[in-house]
Design a protein around this ligand. Structure first.
Ligand code: DCP
Ligand code: MG
Ligand code: MN
Length: 344
């Protein structure tokens, strides 16, 4: 695997500044500057694997993916510790749009529209300035803005999961309850808690209706505090719930996601929701190259897509692997990766 991103490399300060500039280009509200983002990503990758401190322009220029402009920037950071371009790119539209996209349920286009209509602060939005109408979850997103945008220590995610898992097993001891996402990958901090629930069907029963009962219990105990997105039909085997939770009355709110899937697709769901998103993308690409299609429900063969819109499936294909992560890796010919190895 690659070296973990928190391990310092000899050019870490250069990487940090380039990443900062990249984020500003990426956040361009009108339409992220994708070409620049791509080129900074290439430079950062080269710098990450470079073993020694960069000493000259020529040395920087020799790195794969580093052109004249980027080499100049690298030297500016090495020589001055600063990158002037960052101040120049940090404009009000980017800053305010970023503030607004930090609200749960607000995407870049909504955020930019509010900015264009003259909103500048969270107060402006709450007050309905320029005719802004917030959804219930966006209101909660503003009310707990700082909590939702903070990450929690891994230990707190574990403690909350250990409060919830027994409540689920009280409802049905045969449930399969697993924590996924960044926690399962072993990260030191988590943006939210991702919980998968399913149940074997060999005794003719299913987990239908469990999610509703579990959430009632979690609300009753004060563990889940606010709902953000409820399922359309609580009785479906495949469901998704998003909300806020807390360990106890003295703890901050944390984001929590519950997912339920049919037992046969637990492997595909585990794989997808364990991530990370970049690892998922490479698995999907591998599947596509083999003529398969991979999503959170399974690995399919014979999916026919609309040639002029690859997103549109003309048929569902046949499922060839979904019950375990192992079999999906195997069919794709990808060596087994432990969750902590599934990182960019
Ligand atoms: N996922 C994905 N593509 C997305 C969103 C999610 O592939 N656009 C997958 C990969 C993620 C997993 O779902 O790892 C869980 O999503 P989260 O947003 O909860 O991300 P993480 O748990 O990985 O990180 P965080 O600690 O920020 O929650
Ligand atoms: Mg997560
Ligand atoms: Mn999540």
């Amino acid at each position: 695997g690659e070296q973990p991103s928190d391990q310092k490399c000899p050019n870490q300060d250069v990487i940090d500044k380039l990443e900062e500039l990249k984020a500003l280009h990426d956040a361009k509200p009108s339409d992220g500057d994708h070409w620049r983002v791509f080129s900074y990503n290439k430079a950062v990758r080269a710098l990450r694997s470079y073993p020694t401190r960069i000493r000259s322009y020529d040395e920087a220029r020799k790195l794969f993916g580093v052109g004249d402009k980027t080499a100049q920037k690298i030297m500016e950071i090495i020589e001055t510790g600063q990158l002037q371009r960052i101040q120049y790119e940090r404009t009000e539209d980017i800053e305010i749009t970023k503030l607004f996209t930090g609200i749960y349920g607000v995407g870049r286009s909504t955020a930019y529209k509010w900015y264009q209509n003259g909103c500048r602060t969270l107060e402006d939005l709450k007050n309905g300035k320029a005719g802004v109408k917030l959804s219930a979850s966006q209101r909660i997103g503003i009310q707990f803005y700082d909590d939702i945008n903070a990450r929690m220590p891994r230990d707190e995610a574990r403690q909350i999961f250990e409060l919830i898992k027994p409540l689920a097993l009280e409802i049905d001891p045969k449930l399969f309850v697993e924590i996924m996402g960044s926690y399962r990958r072993g990260k030191a901090d988590c943006g939210d808690i991702d919980i998968l629930i399913t149940r074997p069907t060999d005794d003719g029963k299913t987990h239908s209706g469990v999610l509703k009962k579990l959430l009632a219990k979690c609300h009753e105990r004060g563990i889940v505090t606010e709902d953000l997105n409820l399922p359309d039909d609580w009785m479906d085997l495949e469901n998704c719930y998003r909300g806020l939770c807390r360990r106890d009355e003295n703890s901050r709110r944390r984001r929590i996601d519950f997912l339920t899937v049919p037992y046969e697709s637990r492997g595909a769901a585990l794989l997808y929701y364990t991530g990370d998103d970049i690892f998922n993308r490479s698995m999907r690409m591998k599947a596509n190259m083999m003529g398969y299609s991979l999503n959170q429900k399974g690995l399919y063969s014979g999916v026919v897509r609309n040639p002029s819109n690859r997103r549109e499936k003309l048929n569902d294909g046949t499922i060839i692997a979904s019950a375990t992560e192992e079999e999906i890796f195997k069919v794709l010919g990808v060596p087994w990766h432990e969750p902590h190895e599934r990182v960019r």
